[in-house]
Design a protein around this ligand. Structure first.
Ligand code: Y12
Ligand code: CO
Length: 171
């Protein structure tokens, strides 16, 4: 089922998510809903809180070398932990909860992580490149943080002004 993606400044986006304890059918249905919702909205990453479910779940589906998003490349990540990080990289990020806004964000270039899959199996992985950026962006959602909170004071001020204008125009 396609779900509504909540957008800034919805207060729910500031909520900290909780760990998943039972890897039951309701979690599988939620993961399937997240995938359907993310694809429909042309996203490459989505956290459960973005569809108003405060659980430590995220999905990432990066395009392949032919710029196609295939389900084989879908990664379902439950109860993630970033164990180690190194280096620094700058990337122009976007977020389905802050539509039509893109800005450069600095993040670690390499990360070592652990997480569980949909059946509760524990995995340990190392990521770099776009996968490392997406993983960190989505983990921030689980801690109630959006990428706009990483902007400089002046960029954030400009964003808030533009966003208010945009929301007023929608009334
Ligand atoms: C690198 C940086 C950030 C991420 C997090 C995941 N971000 C997204 O999936 C963003 C998707 C997005 C899609 C949009 O829609 C289209 O481009 C058609 C979009 O634009 C509008 O909403 C108009 C904005 C963001 C992963 C990797
Ligand atoms: Co986001």
């Amino acid at each position: 089922m396609i779900r509504e993606v909540i957008t800034y400044p919805n207060k729910l986006l500031k909520q900290k998510s909780q760990d998943v304890e039972d890897f039951d059918q309701s979690i599988h249905t939620l993961l399937d809903d997240m995938y359907e919702t993310m694809l429909t909205k042309n996203g490459i990453g989505l956290a459960a809180i973005q569809i108003a479910e405060p659980l430590n779940i995220l999905i990432i589906n990066l395009p392949n070398e032919n710029d196609e998003q295939t389900k084989e490349n879908l990664i379902e990540i439950i109860n993630p932990k970033i164990l180690n990080k190194k280096g620094s990289t700058l990337y122009t990020e976007g977020c389905l909860s802050v539509p039509e806004y893109y800005e450069d964000v600095e993040r670690a270039e390499w990360i070592k992580v652990s997480y569980q899959d949909r059946n509760g199996n524990l995995l340990e992985k190392e990521y770099d490149g776009l996968m490392a950026i997406a993983f960190q962006h989505e983990c921030d959602h689980l801690n109630g943080e959006l990428f706009i909170e990483k902007l400089s004071f002046l960029k954030r001020k400009k964003f808030e002004k533009e966003w208010k204008k945009k929301l007023k125009g929608k009334k």
